[in-house]
Design a protein around this ligand. Structure first.
Ligand code: PGA
Length: 250
Protein backbone atom coordinates (compact mmCIF):
# COMPACT_ATOMS: atom_id res chain seq x y z
CA UNK A 1 0.00 0.00 0.00
CA UNK A 2 1.73 3.12 -1.20
CA UNK A 3 1.02 6.81 -0.77
CA UNK A 4 2.34 9.00 -3.59
CA UNK A 5 2.36 12.54 -2.26
CA UNK A 6 3.41 14.07 -5.57
CA UNK A 7 4.50 17.72 -5.12
CA UNK A 8 2.78 18.20 -1.75
CA UNK A 9 3.87 18.77 1.88
CA UNK A 10 6.90 20.66 3.11
CA UNK A 11 9.30 18.71 5.30
CA UNK A 12 7.58 20.10 8.40
CA UNK A 13 4.22 18.87 7.16
CA UNK A 14 5.80 15.56 6.23
CA UNK A 15 7.01 15.02 9.79
CA UNK A 16 3.57 15.90 11.17
CA UNK A 17 1.99 13.43 8.77
CA UNK A 18 4.31 10.62 9.81
CA UNK A 19 3.72 11.30 13.49
CA UNK A 20 -0.05 11.29 12.99
CA UNK A 21 0.16 8.05 11.01
CA UNK A 22 2.37 6.52 13.71
CA UNK A 23 -0.23 7.31 16.39
CA UNK A 24 -2.92 5.56 14.34
CA UNK A 25 -0.73 2.50 13.75
CA UNK A 26 0.11 2.34 17.45
CA UNK A 27 -3.58 2.19 18.32
CA UNK A 28 -4.26 -0.50 15.71
CA UNK A 29 -1.28 -2.11 13.94
CA UNK A 30 -1.30 -2.94 10.25
CA UNK A 31 -2.98 -6.17 9.26
CA UNK A 32 -0.50 -9.08 9.11
CA UNK A 33 1.64 -9.01 6.01
CA UNK A 34 0.65 -5.52 4.99
CA UNK A 35 3.52 -3.38 3.75
CA UNK A 36 2.90 0.37 3.71
CA UNK A 37 5.11 2.99 2.06
CA UNK A 38 4.99 6.77 1.82
CA UNK A 39 6.55 8.63 -1.12
CA UNK A 40 7.31 12.24 -0.17
CA UNK A 41 9.08 14.74 -2.42
CA UNK A 42 12.90 14.56 -2.35
CA UNK A 43 13.13 17.49 0.08
CA UNK A 44 11.32 15.49 2.78
CA UNK A 45 13.02 12.11 2.39
CA UNK A 46 15.71 12.70 5.00
CA UNK A 47 13.24 14.08 7.55
CA UNK A 48 10.80 11.22 7.05
CA UNK A 49 13.62 8.68 7.18
CA UNK A 50 14.81 10.07 10.51
CA UNK A 51 11.27 10.11 11.94
CA UNK A 52 10.58 6.53 10.85
CA UNK A 53 13.88 5.16 12.11
CA UNK A 54 14.07 7.00 15.40
CA UNK A 55 10.54 5.99 16.44
CA UNK A 56 10.59 2.58 14.76
CA UNK A 57 7.44 3.39 12.78
CA UNK A 58 6.28 0.46 10.60
CA UNK A 59 6.25 2.45 7.37
CA UNK A 60 8.69 2.07 4.47
CA UNK A 61 10.25 5.03 2.78
CA UNK A 62 9.54 5.53 -0.93
CA UNK A 63 10.55 8.00 -3.64
CA UNK A 64 8.56 9.22 -6.64
CA UNK A 65 11.27 9.15 -9.28
CA UNK A 66 15.03 8.97 -9.82
CA UNK A 67 17.51 9.59 -12.59
CA UNK A 68 18.84 6.58 -14.45
CA UNK A 69 22.53 7.54 -14.31
CA UNK A 70 24.66 6.82 -11.22
CA UNK A 71 25.96 10.42 -11.11
CA UNK A 72 27.09 13.22 -13.38
CA UNK A 73 26.13 16.53 -14.90
CA UNK A 74 22.34 16.26 -14.63
CA UNK A 75 21.28 19.49 -12.98
CA UNK A 76 18.30 19.06 -10.70
CA UNK A 77 18.28 15.26 -10.73
CA UNK A 78 18.67 12.64 -7.99
CA UNK A 79 20.25 9.20 -8.53
CA UNK A 80 19.00 5.84 -7.33
CA UNK A 81 22.21 5.42 -5.32
CA UNK A 82 21.45 8.63 -3.40
CA UNK A 83 17.99 7.28 -2.55
CA UNK A 84 19.35 3.92 -1.44
CA UNK A 85 21.67 5.70 1.00
CA UNK A 86 18.58 7.23 2.63
CA UNK A 87 17.17 3.73 3.15
CA UNK A 88 14.53 4.25 0.50
CA UNK A 89 12.85 0.90 -0.16
CA UNK A 90 10.53 1.70 -3.09
CA UNK A 91 10.93 3.98 -6.08
CA UNK A 92 8.05 4.77 -8.44
CA UNK A 93 9.15 4.64 -12.08
CA UNK A 94 7.19 5.65 -15.15
CA UNK A 95 4.35 7.40 -13.38
CA UNK A 96 1.99 8.77 -16.04
CA UNK A 97 2.69 12.32 -14.88
CA UNK A 98 6.40 11.74 -15.52
CA UNK A 99 5.62 10.23 -18.90
CA UNK A 100 3.15 12.93 -19.95
CA UNK A 101 4.46 16.11 -18.32
CA UNK A 102 8.20 15.38 -18.37
CA UNK A 103 8.49 13.42 -21.59
CA UNK A 104 9.73 10.14 -20.14
CA UNK A 105 9.62 7.44 -22.78
CA UNK A 106 9.63 3.67 -22.38
CA UNK A 107 13.41 3.46 -22.80
CA UNK A 108 14.00 5.94 -20.00
CA UNK A 109 11.56 4.10 -17.77
CA UNK A 110 13.44 0.87 -18.42
CA UNK A 111 16.76 2.52 -17.56
CA UNK A 112 15.31 3.93 -14.34
CA UNK A 113 14.01 0.52 -13.35
CA UNK A 114 17.54 -0.85 -13.94
CA UNK A 115 19.02 1.81 -11.68
CA UNK A 116 16.51 1.11 -8.91
CA UNK A 117 17.08 -2.65 -8.99
CA UNK A 118 20.86 -2.28 -9.23
CA UNK A 119 20.76 -0.25 -6.04
CA UNK A 120 18.84 -2.91 -4.13
CA UNK A 121 15.48 -1.14 -4.02
CA UNK A 122 12.06 -2.18 -5.31
CA UNK A 123 10.65 -0.45 -8.38
CA UNK A 124 6.96 0.40 -8.57
CA UNK A 125 6.46 0.38 -12.33
CA UNK A 126 3.40 2.37 -13.40
CA UNK A 127 1.47 1.41 -16.51
CA UNK A 128 -1.91 2.51 -17.82
CA UNK A 129 -3.89 3.78 -20.76
CA UNK A 130 -5.43 7.13 -21.67
CA UNK A 131 -9.17 7.59 -22.03
CA UNK A 132 -8.84 7.69 -25.83
CA UNK A 133 -6.95 4.41 -25.82
CA UNK A 134 -9.61 2.78 -23.68
CA UNK A 135 -12.42 4.15 -25.83
CA UNK A 136 -10.70 2.69 -28.87
CA UNK A 137 -10.40 -0.67 -27.11
CA UNK A 138 -6.61 -0.45 -27.00
CA UNK A 139 -6.00 -0.51 -23.24
CA UNK A 140 -4.64 -4.04 -23.00
CA UNK A 141 -2.30 -3.55 -25.92
CA UNK A 142 -0.98 -0.31 -24.40
CA UNK A 143 -0.29 -1.90 -21.04
CA UNK A 144 1.30 -4.96 -22.67
CA UNK A 145 3.69 -2.75 -24.64
CA UNK A 146 4.69 -0.80 -21.53
CA UNK A 147 5.34 -4.06 -19.67
CA UNK A 148 7.26 -5.47 -22.59
CA UNK A 149 9.58 -2.50 -22.87
CA UNK A 150 10.25 -2.32 -19.13
CA UNK A 151 10.46 -6.02 -18.27
CA UNK A 152 11.43 -8.08 -21.33
CA UNK A 153 14.80 -9.87 -21.29
CA UNK A 154 15.27 -9.71 -17.57
CA UNK A 155 15.88 -12.60 -15.16
CA UNK A 156 12.65 -13.96 -13.65
CA UNK A 157 14.05 -13.15 -10.20
CA UNK A 158 14.18 -9.46 -11.11
CA UNK A 159 10.70 -9.39 -12.64
CA UNK A 160 9.13 -11.18 -9.69
CA UNK A 161 10.53 -8.53 -7.34
CA UNK A 162 8.94 -5.62 -9.19
CA UNK A 163 5.66 -4.00 -8.13
CA UNK A 164 3.48 -3.17 -11.14
CA UNK A 165 0.90 -0.43 -10.58
CA UNK A 166 -1.97 -0.30 -13.03
CA UNK A 167 -3.05 3.32 -13.15
CA UNK A 168 -5.55 4.18 -15.88
CA UNK A 169 -4.68 7.78 -16.70
CA UNK A 170 -8.33 8.82 -16.88
CA UNK A 171 -8.76 7.76 -13.25
CA UNK A 172 -5.82 9.72 -11.80
CA UNK A 173 -6.90 12.71 -9.75
CA UNK A 174 -10.26 12.79 -11.50
CA UNK A 175 -12.45 11.20 -8.85
CA UNK A 176 -13.31 8.58 -11.41
CA UNK A 177 -12.18 5.10 -10.38
CA UNK A 178 -11.96 2.01 -12.53
CA UNK A 179 -14.66 -0.46 -11.52
CA UNK A 180 -13.46 -3.45 -9.55
CA UNK A 181 -14.28 -5.51 -12.63
CA UNK A 182 -12.03 -3.37 -14.88
CA UNK A 183 -9.26 -3.36 -12.27
CA UNK A 184 -9.41 -7.14 -11.95
CA UNK A 185 -9.53 -7.68 -15.68
CA UNK A 186 -6.44 -5.57 -16.26
CA UNK A 187 -4.60 -7.07 -13.27
CA UNK A 188 -5.21 -10.56 -14.69
CA UNK A 189 -4.00 -9.35 -18.09
CA UNK A 190 -0.82 -7.96 -16.49
CA UNK A 191 -0.16 -11.27 -14.75
CA UNK A 192 -0.65 -13.03 -18.07
CA UNK A 193 1.81 -10.73 -19.83
CA UNK A 194 4.36 -11.17 -17.07
CA UNK A 195 4.00 -14.91 -17.34
CA UNK A 196 4.74 -14.62 -21.05
CA UNK A 197 7.78 -12.40 -20.39
CA UNK A 198 9.27 -14.12 -17.34
CA UNK A 199 7.33 -17.32 -16.61
CA UNK A 200 4.47 -18.43 -14.40
CA UNK A 201 6.42 -18.31 -11.19
CA UNK A 202 7.36 -14.66 -11.63
CA UNK A 203 3.77 -13.87 -12.62
CA UNK A 204 2.51 -15.49 -9.42
CA UNK A 205 5.01 -13.66 -7.25
CA UNK A 206 4.88 -10.16 -8.72
CA UNK A 207 2.92 -7.62 -6.67
CA UNK A 208 0.15 -5.76 -8.50
CA UNK A 209 -1.27 -2.46 -7.36
CA UNK A 210 -4.24 -0.49 -8.62
CA UNK A 211 -4.08 3.30 -8.60
CA UNK A 212 -6.42 6.11 -9.66
CA UNK A 213 -8.78 7.95 -7.32
CA UNK A 214 -8.52 5.37 -4.56
CA UNK A 215 -10.45 6.57 -1.49
CA UNK A 216 -11.33 5.01 1.87
CA UNK A 217 -14.76 4.05 0.55
CA UNK A 218 -13.60 2.21 -2.58
CA UNK A 219 -10.32 0.72 -1.31
CA UNK A 220 -11.89 -2.48 0.07
CA UNK A 221 -13.73 -3.32 -3.11
CA UNK A 222 -10.59 -2.86 -5.23
CA UNK A 223 -8.46 -4.86 -2.83
CA UNK A 224 -10.86 -7.77 -2.91
CA UNK A 225 -10.11 -8.28 -6.62
CA UNK A 226 -8.29 -11.57 -6.95
CA UNK A 227 -5.25 -10.19 -8.79
CA UNK A 228 -5.02 -6.81 -7.04
CA UNK A 229 -2.51 -7.10 -4.18
CA UNK A 230 -2.27 -3.47 -3.15
CA UNK A 231 -3.08 0.15 -3.94
CA UNK A 232 -1.13 3.21 -5.09
CA UNK A 233 -2.84 6.25 -3.64
CA UNK A 234 -2.33 9.89 -4.62
CA UNK A 235 -4.69 12.58 -3.30
CA UNK A 236 -6.15 10.48 -0.49
CA UNK A 237 -2.67 9.68 0.85
CA UNK A 238 -1.99 13.30 1.81
CA UNK A 239 -3.97 13.14 5.01
CA UNK A 240 -2.93 10.61 7.67
CA UNK A 241 -6.41 9.38 8.63
CA UNK A 242 -7.61 8.74 5.10
CA UNK A 243 -4.34 7.05 4.11
CA UNK A 244 -4.48 4.91 7.26
CA UNK A 245 -8.06 3.85 6.49
CA UNK A 246 -7.09 2.91 2.94
CA UNK A 247 -4.02 1.02 4.09
CA UNK A 248 -6.17 -0.92 6.57
CA UNK A 249 -8.93 -1.69 4.07
CA UNK A 250 -9.75 -5.26 3.10
P1 PGA B 1 -4.92 9.80 -7.29
O1 PGA B 1 -3.43 9.55 -7.86
O2 PGA B 1 -5.13 8.78 -6.19
O3 PGA B 1 -4.89 11.20 -6.76
O4 PGA B 1 -5.85 9.59 -8.40
C1 PGA B 1 -2.93 8.27 -8.03
C2 PGA B 1 -1.54 8.31 -8.58
O5 PGA B 1 -1.25 9.16 -9.45
O6 PGA B 1 -0.67 7.51 -8.18
Amino acid sequence: MSGNWKMNHTHFEAIQFVQALAALVRSRPWRPGRVVSVHPPFTSLRSVQTAIESDDIPVRLGAQNCHEAPNGAFTGEVSAGMLAKLNVSYVIVGHSERRQLFGEDDLTVRAKLDAVVKNGMTAILCVGETLEERRAGGEKEKVASQLQSALADRPAAVVSGVVVAYEPIWAIGTGETATAKDAQEMAAHIRGEISRLAGDEAAGQVTLQYGGSVKPDNAGELLRCRDVDGLLVGGASLEATSFYEIAQAR
